[in-house]
Design a protein around this ligand. Structure first.
Ligand code: NAD
Length: 516
């Protein structure tokens, strides 16, 4: 067991919060792999002061200077990929592949993407206006860093969903304080160390380890809060941000539906259903959480998926290729999974494979396929966040759509059909922030596309122009040329003749529209 060194004064390392450190457990073995500090409000306040002091110099690096650091960090991540993978695996219990494919590859891509795209998304924009009052003036839309950004993350993807949002925030010229999940803080500490090695100035990125209260304290000090986590906590974060009138971007829970139409390539659909419901042991916000299959192909689809899921190996990941399904990272999540499966069975569902916690050391749940399900069951309506796939038979695409939208969530969705036009038309009718046709989850890899939830799945989005502009304030600049009138016609003193003339002018401009 190791005590993880944090780049903060000794007095705050474990003693400024609850007085006790936080033990980080390997969920695959039950071993404690490290302890980290549980920082209290005073430590967070001091970090915020240091972050604020460091920010102007970082902003002054300019896009090019910041890109140099981020590109060095990209190289650092690739050079140290195995160390980062084993750190992720040690605190999440996920497979080496889940760490490599969905975290290292994301981080590598994101460092390069934001280094390159930040100047395009945030460079000054010259704006043309059709409005007569500003004719002849220079109009500029300008983005400037907000200052100090707080990033609060969940435990399921310590790199992608926690640290990942720090990258655009830094690329925009902000200082960042990252509050990783108390369950998985080690990856963030390692990456912060890596960035320092790459030339990121001291205190531009700080990691505030701690539990919920540390996150709450962070919101009291930052200029914007980027939160990823459950919808329940997201509401609290939104309330706290509203009290301070600071912007909040919220990436929350989901219950993503998959729709399989009778003309789908069933082999591809079954492979995608299996992979994207079980990948990361189902602990992905945009994993396939439920499937609706047209009755003509239901039996064949269920048989294919059951066979594929039955073949998956679950257990402690010892290296690449040893298991497909890793541990349940967060202890209470196991209770939720068991509760949802139990509730479904009690209401008449059948488990075709899996259905139980794996006995022995570590925290694992068998990859599980459930049928004869309906929307009276939690497994179809609440976020399960486990290696489970409930499959429901539907009459037709309309019924599938109605059920897909019968949820408070709206993160992602997928439609499988050989008729891609029809698939796209159905995707457009799903109330979700992202929808894929003959694919799943892959929209997350397109950093140019916004990724954010509809309904209770969030506010705002990451990626794309909005994914970096949210870390900036907008400033509209209007420059009137030197050779301008001394006094403009609408100004004092008001004269009836001029005012009537202006009135006629507006009528001429705007009064000629159609009335029907
Ligand atoms: P959580 O809401 O329990 O915790 C998230 C973070 O919030 C943790 O760091 C926690 O310490 C902190 N926190 C707790 N109370 C707080 C408070 N009052 N103020 C500020 N911070 C507080 O979520 P979790 O269990 O860690 O993560 C799982 C959830 O995250 C799932 O619902 C999943 O769908 C969601 N998630 C969403 C996305 C997305 O992009 N939409 C990505 C990953 C995970």
């Amino acid at each position: 067991m190791a005590t993880v060194e944090q780049h903060i004064p000794e007095t705050h390392n474990g003693s400024a919060g609850t007085g006790e450190g936080i033990a980080v457990e390997n969920p695959a073995t039950g071993e404690i792999v490290a302890t980290v500090a549980d920082l209290g409000p005073e430590a967070v306040a001091e970090m915020a002061a240091r972050g604020r002091a460091a920010q102007p110099a970082w902003a002054a690096f300019g896009f090019e200077g910041r890109a140099r650091v981020l590109l060095r960090a990209q190289k650092w991540l690739m050079d140290n990929a195995e160390q980062v993978v084993s750190t992720i695996v040690s605190e999440t219990g996920k497979t080496y592949e889940d760490a490599m494919f969905a975290e290292i590859s994301y981080g590598g891509g994101a460092f390069g993407f934001w280094a390159k795209q930040a100047p395009h998304y945030l460079g000054d924009e010259r704006v043309k206006s059709s409005q007569v009052l500003v004719k002849g003036k220079k109009l500029i839309l300008r983005f400037r860093p907000l200052g100090l950004i707080g990033v609060i993350g969940p435990w399921n993807y310590p790199l992608t969903n926690s640290f990942g949002d720090c990258i655009p925030a830094l690329a925009a010229g902000n200082s960042v304080i990252l509050k990783p999940s108390e369950i998985t803080p080690l990856t963030s500490l390692l990456l912060a160390e890596g960035l320092r090695e790459c030339g990121l100035p001291e205190n531009v990125l700080q990691v505030a380890t701690g539990r919920g209260p540390t996150g709450a304290a962070l919101i009291d000090h930052v200029d914007m809060i980027m939160f990823t986590g459950s919808t329940r906590t997201g509401r609290k974060v939104a309330e706290a941000a509203a009290r301070r009138l600071i912007p909040a971007s919220l990436e929350l829970g989901g219950k993503d539906p998959m729709i399989v139409l009778s003309d789908a390539d069933l082999e591809r659909a079954a492979n995608f259903a299996t992979y994207y419901s079980m990948q990361n042991a189902g602990q992905t916000c945009i994993s396939i959480e439920r499937a609706y299959v047209e009755e003509a192909v239901y039996d064949e689809f269920v048989a294919k998926v059951s066979d594929k899921v039955r073949a998956l190996r679950v257990g402690k990941p010892d290296d690449y290729g040893t298991v497909e399904v890793g541990a349940i990272t967060f202890p209470p999540q196991l209770d939720t999974i068991k509760d949802h499966v139990g509730d479904a069975i009690q209401k008449g569902a059948r488990v075709l494979t899996g259905g139980h916690q794996v006995a022995g050391a570590g925290r694992f749940f068998e990859p599980t396929v459930v049928v004869d399900v309906d929307h009276s069951m939690k497994i179809m309506t609440e976020e399960t966040f486990g290696p489970t796939l409930p499959i429901m038979k539907v009459r037709d695409a309309e019924e599938a759509l109605r059920l897909a939208n019968d949820t408070p969530y709206g993160l992602g969705a997928s439609v499988f059909t050989r008729d891609t036009e029809r698939g796209e038309a159905i995707a457009r009718r799903i109330e979700a922030g992202a929808a894929t046709v003959n694919d799943a989850m892959i929209n997350y890899a397109a950093l140019e596309l916004p990724m954010g939830g509809a309904k209770a799945s969030g506010l705002g989005s990451r990626h794309g122009a909005g994914g970096i502009r949210k870390f900036c304030s907008q400033q509209a600049i209007v420059v009137t040329p030197r050779l301008a009138l001394k006094r403009e016609p609408h100004m004092y003193p008001y004269k009836a003749r001029t005012s009537r003339l202006l009135g006629r002018f507006f009528k001429f401009l705007y009064g000629r529209g159609r009335r029907d």
